[in-house]
Every structure is written in C-alpha cells, then in structure tokens.
Design a binder for this molecule. Structure first.
Ligand SMILES: Nc1ncnc2c1ncn2[C@@H]1O[C@H](COP(=O)(O)OP(=O)(O)OP(=O)(O)O)[C@@H](O)[C@H]1O
Length: 509
C-alpha cells in the first residue's frame, strides 16, 4: 500500500467533523491494509513507539520533495525502524542523513505528515474510539468483540490485524500475566444513596488520591504498570519486593499507590507521581492499596463477579487492601465516606459486587462519589502573565475532548490556583510544546491534562462548544492521564443547569 494513501486518509479524517465519515474513511483503508503500520501511522504513533528524533532536527530539514508518490507504508516503517536503531559514535549525523534520505523520496504532503508524526503532533489518542469502530466495520465483526480484544492487547495495530484475520483471532486475546490490560474506570455517581440504590449489593471503598498501579507477578518476576500502561517497575523497588513476598505463584493486582506522611495521611499527589519518574528516591516510600485481583495462580478472574475477585484479593494481599466495607447498609456506607474525607482522600468508589471487570471501560458498575466537582481538561494555549507574573505563562486556555476525534474544544480559561512552583514548571513545559507564539498567547500541542475545579458551567456564545466553565481553578496537572482520557465536551455540557433551574444563566456577552 502506498504511504500517500495513509496521508490522504488522515487528511480526510481531520477535515470532517462527522464521526460516521471518519469511520468510513478509516474502514475503507483498513480493508486494504497490508501491514499493521497503517494503523500506527493513522493514530500518529510510529510502530517503534516514540522515536528519539530531536524535533528541531526534523523541523530544520529542508529537502526537495519528490514530484510524485512512490513510498510504500512498509518502506516508511522500515526506514523509521532503521532510523530508531542508529546509536553510538556519530549517531546524530547518521540520523540526519537517514531522515534526509527518506524525505527525499517523499512528496511535500508526505514530508509534512512525517514531520508531524516524528514531532508527536500527529498523536491522535482521541481517535482511538473512532478507530475501534472503523476496525469493527472493516472486519465486519461486532464492536464489543473488537473493544475487548483491544483492552486485553492494549495495541490498536495488533487488534486491527487480528480483526481482519477473523473473529476467532480476536477472541483468542486473553489476559496474559506480564502484559497490562487497560484499567476499569468509574463514572460519577449522582449521590451516595443514589449509587447504593442503583447497584444493589456493593463494596464501598475509599477513593485514594494516589496513582493507579497494575502489578503482574509470574514466579519471582514482577512488573508494575501505570494507568496508561507505562512500565515503571524499576522506579518502584519497594512495591516489587512487597508483591514478590505475597503467598502465590502468579497474580495480577489492581490498586492505587501513594506516599504517606508519618501519621498515615496521603502526601500531595505530585509527590507520589514524582516517584514514577525518578530513580532511587527511597526516602519517599510508596505504599500499595489493592482493590482488585484479575488473576491468581493460573486462574483468570476478569469475568468473575467482584465478590469472587475480592475473596481472591483477601487471600493473597489481605494486609494491603484499600479501606472500605463490603455490603454496607446506608449508614455504614455514609460512615465510610466520612472516614475517607477525614483521612484526606477524595471520596469513595461504590462498586457492584455482581459486576465483571470491564477493562478499559468507564461504566456504571463502579461509581465515584466526590463532594468536589472537577474536570480533566487539555491545555491548548496559554497567555503571558503581567505584573508579578510577567515573563511567566499564566492564563491557561482549556479544551475538552471532542468525542469524535477532532481537536479539543475550548471551554474556558483560568490562572487561578497556580502556585509559583507550578507557574515556573508550566512555563517550561508549555514553551517546549509551543506551536505558535506571539506577545500575548502561546499555542501548544494538546498534550498536558490538567484537573480543574469549577462551580458549574453556563451557555456561552463566545466559545465554539457553546459552553463555558464558571469559576474554574487549577487543582493539579495529571501526568498520569493522556489527552485521550480527558473529559469530553459532552461531559462539560452535561453539567449545564436544566431549563428553568434557578442556576440557568447565560454568560454576559
Ligand atoms: N478504591 C478504588 N477503586 C477504584 N479506583 C480507585 C480507588 N481509589 C482510587 N482510585 C482511583 O480512581 C480512579 C477511578 O476514577 P476514574 O475512573 O474517575 O478516574 P479519574 O478520572 O482518574 O478520576 P479522578 O479524576 O476523579 O481522579 C482510578 O483510576 C484510581 O486511580
């Protein structure tokens, strides 16, 4: 398949806002796909993962484009693989030479695509849902089956390849100890009594304010993954040791980890997260709190009800459970919530004891009850500060995710809640992601997710989504989340007060 077909399809998908049109364009190409690299390119991630090309080197390349398309997808995939493998003495020069070679064979449109691919600008996490629909359509198999295979494999190219081979190949994906599955997620609950009434028999657990971990152990081998399936094994030796000591031969555990103060209170989220990047920060020890068990001693438990998974969890890691209660009455559940808040946590998660582990899903079987409302949004631009903040990037432009895979939709701005430390940090990080800047505003690649507290939302003629945040303030950056996991503009709109409500306001023009 010609590389130009991928470039053209990618442009067509970017040019339409219609989800159906995107799915059809993608499915049309997938049906004729000859290598999984087609899928990798379409979602903007080379099959080799992030290639360590300094993006400046890429942007500086000025090579006469080829007059017509001749590169195949395999040519490009092969060239990028060879490029990624260049190391040792004189690597920088040889890398530029290799890229120059590839660029000389590419048309202008292909060069542009390659530049955006290599700088990460093309990363289309938001396209994931659309791509899964397209795979289902191209292979003519049910969307459910495709989604489950994706959750278990964690790889879109592998899922698409299997789907095109046939439904049986998709069904063959199983939980594999050592390979992370996408974590099950929670939906916001109406209220604690509402969640208890909706779910019947429940477990009510503290919603700890740490970082999600998934731990896989096979014999003495232990691997630890984050919520986005990034491996962090070498940075958390204390967790590895602890899991290696559990009474079992193989296990997959899901939980939250956090650093605690001497009196057992959670330390700030940023401190927990900093452990995942650093080596050897042994003075800030992480404690694990497990809440699920997906596999134990050769037995997969994903499709078993939570009740059984919790039995397995208690057997294997009974000393390291997240605090909570199983089948509490309304009063006991309320007490668990009070305790969680008093201990400095965010709230509780209410879980149906009869539900299976829906990997990768934000379903109703797990519901979070949090007194403070927050949204996870994407930073799409930022304004230079003035006065005390002169020289610093301050007022953030906030975007909500387009559920149909388009660019984020701006829903508001804020400069509130930023500490001096965060201001300095975001100035550095956002300048590194700048795509366009002037004296007033710096536009950035939409890569950073930020958690925003708000008082509500209102109809707004000024913003493209027709909705604006009210009294937004920064809680924290969320380095554990990808933009593909940010809240959607539909989720923001869902917060609009109903018609006739006293709160129903329209923003002053
Ligand atoms: N007892 C618990 N059970 C499940 N998840 C928990 C628990 N305690 C803490 N968590 C965390 O809460 C998250 C589930 O909530 P949700 O799916 O809404 O993710 P989230 O968007 O990160 O939530 P938030 O932004 O509110 O922290 C999990 O990813 C996990 O990190």
């Amino acid at each position: 398949m010609l590389f130009s077909e991928v470039v053209e399809t990618s442009a067509a998908v970017g040019a339409t806002r219609s989800r159906l049109a995107k799915v059809e364009a993608l499915a049309g190409l997938l049906r004729r796909m000859t290598t999984p690299a087609v899928v990798s390119f379409l979602v903007g991630v080379p099959s080799q993962g992030r290639i360590g090309a300094g993006w400046r080197t890429v942007l500086d390349l000025d090579v006469e484009p080829a007059p017509g398309p001749s590169l195949t997808v395999s040519d490009v995939d092969g060239a990028l693989g060879a490029f990624a493998a260049i190391s040792g003495k004189g690597a920088a020069g040889r890398r530029v030479a290799a890229l120059t070679d590839l660029f000389a064979r590419a048309t202008a449109a292909e060069q542009d695509f390659l530049k955006r691919l290599l700088t990460g600008e093309l990363r289309q996490g938001a396209l994931e849902g659309v791509m899964l629909d397209a795979v289902a359509r191209a292979a003519d198999v049910p969307g459910e089956v495709v989604r489950r295979a994706f959750m278990l494999s964690g790889s879109l190219p592998a899922t698409a390849t299997a789907a095109l081979t046939g439904e049986a190949a998709l069904a063959a994906f199983r939980l594999e100890v050592g390979r992370p599955v996408r974590p099950m997620l929670a939906s916001p609950a109406e209220s604690l009594p509402g969640a208890l009434a909706e779910l019947g028999a429940t477990a009510v657990e503290h919603k700890l304010d740490g970082a999600r971990i998934q731990v896989h152990r096979d014999g003495d081998g232990v691997r630890v993954f984050t919520r986005t399936l990034r491996e962090v094994t070498t940075t958390v030796p204390e967790l590895v040791d602890l899991v290696r000591g559990l009474p079992c031969t193989s296990v997959v555990l899901d939980g939250e980890t956090l650093a605690l103060t001497d009196d057992g209170k959670p330390r700030p989220f940023q401190e927990t997260m900093s452990r995942f990047g650093a080596q050897d920060v042994r003075e800030l020890l992480l404690s694990p709190f497990f809440f699920d068990c997906l596999h134990l001693d050769g037995e997969d438990l994903l499709d078993r009800p939570l009740r059984e998974r919790l039995d397995a969890l208690r057997r294997v890691a009974g000393d390291h459970l997240v605090p909570g209660a199983v089948e509490p009455g309304p009063e006991e559940a309320a007490r668990v919530l009070d305790e969680a808040l008093a201990a400095g946590h965010e709230g509780v998660v209410v879980k149906s004891l009869d539900s299976v582990y829906a990997a990768g899903r934000r379903g109703r079987a797990w519901q979070k009850v949090k007194p403070v409302h927050t949204l996870d949004l994407v930073v799409i631009g930022v304004e230079w500060g003035s006065g005390r903040r002169k020289g610093l990037l301050s007022n953030l432009h906030l975007g909500a995710r387009d559920p149909d895979g388009g660019p984020p939709v701006m829903v508001g701005k804020t400069f509130k809640g930023l500490t001096d430390e965060l201001l300095a940090w975001q100035t550095r990080e956002l300048l590194a992601r700048a795509t366009d800047r002037d004296d007033w505003v710096v536009r950035v690649r939409p890569e950073l997710v930020i958690e925003i507290e708000l008082d509500g939302v209102q109809v707004s003629p000024r913003y493209p989504g027709g909705v604006a945040l009210r009294f937004a303030r920064v809680v924290r950056y969320r380095p554990d989340k990808d933009p593909a996991e940010a809240d959607t503009v539909d989720a923001v709109r869902a917060l609009l007060p109903g018609p006739g409500s006293a709160e129903s306001t329209t923003e002053a023009p």
